[in-house]
Design a protein around this ligand. Structure first.
Ligand SMILES: [Zn+2]
Length: 433
């Protein structure tokens, strides 16, 4: 249907009601699907269809030749800047290994990811260590969540369950989180399986891999067995870098979360993303066995934090002067001044015309040079001029597409699809914030 109306209003009414019926409504007897160890009624006929065919339709593939290019990129970074870009994570405020592990164990499953959040938790611990006591958490999970600053009501039931289940594991086995590794005979893959099989604790693949990676990188656990079995902790930033560098490809661009509210696409891409980064690591390790990191999970910080969140975003701002005919590029969108006029000692305002990826422009160095990773205190990548992934992504050519990662919608909660369901003959339904 275009805006010019070739159909009669009755035909249009029919088409729209049928689209709605197919995608967004169900009926008595439509059947059930199993997710999160629970039965849920199918949301719609489309839900059933997408569950069965999403993989065949998206057809995600790992591209070995692109993986090889990215492996070279990471090896070059390793040779030029050493281990810090892969190992330097957070300021641990001089806490002991036992303390770091406890704080991380009880927060990783609650979706704390960024280093700033992490450092906030260390502060909370220093103020009152009893907040992270396993018995306290088990008996007063709501207080625990409040104390660590989680106030999101829509996911509260889920988080309470995570806190109880995660604390029960260590209480039942009479250990502290720090002792999980020795409890598992120093085998980190066994710890991984133990946490993931503890259903309802919030430790899925991603959060578990992130937690285990942190424990090794922060020196909490030294030289565990099977560290190379731990994957990159997949997230929207590592997926974004995987798609844009084409180590992971799909047959159609990813669909909107409006159509993937059941997260089949999200789950599939998440899983393939971890596999793609593992392939990069395998190629790197085969080619340069003596100049490589110990596990694919160590790629995570560099790919997610440095590339994904800092370099691979539209941060190169193109400004226009309000008074003269000046345009110029700048690293900060918060600038309000025409910098060309300013150089000529006049003060005029300027506004942002456009924001682009620094790698797609010959003056991208304006942004890269100003990154905290390049020119901050004690930078990880001193004197860098362009994103190291450029040789793999080729962002100045037509091959490059600025692809976006998938978004997920929660199954449960006030804005989840379980509460958005409606019967076809009743109408209504849907998400609201
Ligand atoms: Zn000007």
């Amino acid at each position: 249907m275009s805006l010019s109306r070739n159909l009669s209003i009755d035909e249009i009414r029919f088409v729209i009601s049928k689209i709605n019926e197919y995608f967004y409504t169900n009926y008595e007897g439509i059947g059930h699907t199993n997710i999160l160890d629970d039965d849920f009624e199918y949301f719609s006929e489309f839900h059933k269809f997408w569950e069965k065919y999403h993989k065949e339709i998206l057809n995600p593939q790992i591209d070995d030749s692109q993986c090889s290019l990215v492996a070279n990129v990471l090896h070059d970074v390793f040779i030029k800047y050493g281990r810090p870009p892969f190992y330097e994570l957070y300021n641990t405020h001089a806490l002991t290994a036992e303390e770091i592990c406890k704080i991380r164990y009880f927060s990783a499953n609650q979706d704390f990811r960024g280093s700033r959040d992490f450092e906030d938790l260390f502060e909370i611990y220093k103020d009152d260590p009893s907040v992270f006591d396993k018995e306290n958490i088990n008996q007063n999970p709501e207080d625990f969540l409040k104390n660590i600053g989680i106030t999101s009501l829509s996911q509260n039931d889920k988080r309470v369950k995570y806190a109880i289940t995660a604390s029960k594991l260590v209480i039942d086995n009479k250990i502290e989180p720090y002792e999980l590794l020795s409890f598992c005979q120093n085998d980190i893959e066994k710890v991984r399986n133990l946490l993931i099989s503890n259903r309802g604790s919030g430790f899925g693949n991603k959060k578990t891999d992130m937690f285990l990676r942190d424990m090794v990188v922060l020196g909490v656990w030294r030289k565990p067995k099977n560290f190379d079995k731990i994957d990159v902790a997949s997230d929207i930033n590592t997926v974004k870098v995987a798609l844009r560098s084409r180590i992971l490809k799909t047959d159609i661009v990813l669909i909107s979360s409006f159509l993937d509210i059941f997260c089949y696409q999200y789950g599939l891409i998440d899983d393939m993303n971890a596999k793609a980064w593992r392939r990069v690591w395998e190629i790197w390790k085969n080619k340069y066995p003596k100049e490589c990191i110990e596990s694919p999970c160590l790629i995570d910080y560099f790919a997610y934090r440095v590339i994904g969140k800092d370099f691979c975003k539209e941060s190169l701002c193109i400004f226009k002067c309000e008074s003269e005919n000046h345009t110029f590029k700048w690293h900060s969108g918060r600038n309000k001044t025409c910098q060309i006029c300013f150089k000529n000692k006049t003060k005029n305002k300027a506004y942002v015309l456009n924001k682009i990826l620094p790698c797609t422009d010959t003056q991208g160095y304006i942004v890269i040079e100003k990154s905290n990773f390049v020119s901050g205190d004690n930078p990880l990548l001193p004197n860098l001029k362009e994103c190291p992934f450029e040789v793999a992504c080729k962002p100045k050519t037509d091959i490059f597409k600025k692809l976006n990662p998938p978004k997920s919608i929660s199954i449960l909660g006030q804005t989840g699809w379980e509460s958005a369901k409606t019967r076809g003959n009743e109408g209504g339904g849907g998400l609201m914030s």
